[in-house]
Ligand binder design. Structure first.
Ligand code: GLV
Length: 360
């Protein structure tokens, strides 16, 4: 198999590179200055592409590689692969499901705890020496968040309205940060309703973990799952209106692009938290930023962004937001298991055996 050209567009894992180099002629596109020329020169030997969540294979790349037989993605999501073109040309596609489910679900819970309990902010409080000057303030208006089941309670909203008006007056006198300071709260996770968009492998793993925190679980998916005990909502807006923490855990498709829009964000509301461990384009990022800046959304824990690695700079100033650099599957154990699957799929294909994890 040494003569089989395997094109890797960007670096992903040194273990993966090493395992591919043992078996194939690995062509590292990022190491060459003239990429189009390089692809042209190797177009008759490249029979496989190894892509990932950021670099897959679009119609243009596929068209430039007439001998391409398989795309083995170092990711579970295959939204960067032009599946339609692959199907038309009979190109096989594989991904890395299952092996990363636990890590991604763990991260969803980690992000939720980090936002609700303000872990990053309070950690910075210690590092910056502020603790010596006084105890960390949990919240200025704790009464607003009391009682998960009372989310729609009139009295709480009256208090909220009063505080909102007060803070508007204050914020006109001072700066906008004053407004945020009023509403950034340290609040409990245990018992909060968790809404999950997409009850696939990762969604179910998030639910399992959240249940251990005594959280009621609800979900949205294209169709109700007859075998699920969780409450189903037929629209994302209804799910958002009835949960505290909304987790995006579905694949990115044309249907799910901007599934989190202004209406959903407003339904989640000033005490709701959005957790995105799916893909950046699931969220209308401009709407998310303005909702957070205006205090219309309680907080967000984000592992993914619309234009990675660009992250909207307005988010950097917000304490109710936790930002991670797309590391859902980012543990050495999992990344190595993913690499083994990528290599195993390529080997299976070229040895004419059944693929381990075929998508197409
Ligand atoms: O984002 C990561 C993946 O799809 O595996």
């Amino acid at each position: 198999m040494e003569s089989i050209g395997v094109l890797m567009p960007i670096p992903m894992s040194s273990y993966l590179e090493q395992e591919l180099e043992k078996r194939f002629n690995l062509l590292k596109l990022w190491t060459v200055p003239h990429k189009t020329q390089f692809i042209k020169e190797h177009s008759t030997s490249i029979r496989a592409i190894v892509g990932n969540a950021s670099a897959g294979a679009d119609a243009e790349l596929i068209a430039a590689l007439p001998k391409l037989e398989i795309i083995s993605s170092f990711s579970v999501g295959i939204d960067k692969v032009d599946l339609k073109t692959c199907k038309e040309k009979g190109i096989r596609v594989t991904n890395t499901p299952d092996v990363l489910t636990d890590d991604v679900a763990d991260l969803a819970i980690g992000l939720t705890l980090a936002v609700l309990r303000r872990l990053c902010e309070s950690e910075r409080y210690v590092r910056s020496g502020q603790w010596k000057k006084g105890d960390y303030k949990l919240t200025t208006k704790d009464d607003i968040t009391k009682g998960k089941g009372e989310r729609d309670g009139t009295s709480q909203y009256s208090v909220f309205l009063l505080l909102f008006l007060l803070s508007c007056i204050v914020s006109t006198l001072k700066d906008f940060g004053t407004f945020l300071l009023v509403y950034v709260l340290c609040t409990a996770f245990t018992g909060k309703t968790v809404g999950i968009i997409g009850l696939g492998r990762i969604g179910k793993a998030v639910a399992k973990r959240a249940e251990a925190f005594s959280c009621p679980i609800a979900y949205f998916s294209r169709t109700e799952k007859p075998d699920s005990k969780f409450k189903y909502y037929p629209t994302v807006v209804e799910l958002a209106a009835n949960c505290h923490v909304l987790v995006v855990a579905c694949p990115l498709t044309e249907e799910t692009r901007h599934i989190i829009n202004r209406q959903v964000i407003n339904a989640l509301g000033p005490r709701g938290v959005l957790i995105n461990i799916g893909r950046g384009p699931h969220v209308d990022e401009a709407e998310l930023v303005s909702a957070l800046v205006e205090g219309r959304l309680g907080g967000a824990g984000l592992d993914v962004y619309e234009k990675e690695p660009q992250v909207p700079e307005q988010l950097f100033a917000l304490e109710n937001v936790v930002l991670l650099p797309h590391v859902g599957s980012g543990t050495v154990e999992t990344r190595n298991a993913m690499a083994d699957l990528v290599v195993g799929n390529l080997e299976a294909h070229f040895l004419k055996k059944p693929l381990l994890t075929p998508v197409a």
